[in-house]
Design a protein around this ligand. Structure first.
Ligand SMILES: [Zn+2]
Length: 155
């Protein structure tokens, strides 16, 4: 199943419902964490720390370290996910459980990110890796793709 709810292109921060606001409020985010999370949600796609910094300069944030610190703290709370392949981040509207495995689909043209939650694929990986005699410490299942709209533009 493809989940396009990670972030929508329509400015997800503006469409947050009351229950989602409660969810992020109970996490007791700092001002910097809130600004970074809202900026990333509003983008509706993955972005790097320096792009987020450029957006937040208007709000008085001038150091990349401030953005990186907020991103790391948001990742620990499950509200931001690091995309290893592109060295970018994507925001979640609600905290993502740590044990939830998904396969990320990243549009290499526009940065839109979707996820597939397919336990069969994850189990197949686990089984094959176990049979090879290795054990997994960490893994990131990320596929570089073209999203529907970018595929139409390039065809
Ligand atoms: Zn795209």
């Amino acid at each position: 199943m493809i989940n396009r709810s990670i972030a929508s292109k329509n400015g997800a921060a503006n469409n947050m419902c009351a229950s989602q606001l409660v969810a992020t409020n109970t996490l007791k985010l700092t001002t910097n964490q809130k600004m970074v999370h809202e900026a990333l949600l509003a983008l509706g796609r993955s972005a790097g720390a320096y792009e987020i910094l450029d957006i937040l300069r208007k709000k008085g944030v001038n150091a990349a370290a401030t953005v990186y610190r907020a991103l790391n703290e948001l990742a620990q709370k499950g509200l931001v996910q690091r995309i290893v392949s592109t060295r970018t981040f994507i925001a979640h509207q609600e905290p993502k459980p740590e044990d939830e495995e998904s396969i990320l689909l990243i549009c290499q043209h526009c940065g839109e990110v979707s996820s597939i939650k397919d336990n069969h694929i994850v189990r197949a990986f686990d089984k094959n890796i176990e049979q090879s005699g290795y054990c997994v410490n960490t893994y990131h299942l990320e596929l570089m793709v073209s999203c529907d709209s970018c595929a139409k533009k390039t065809s």
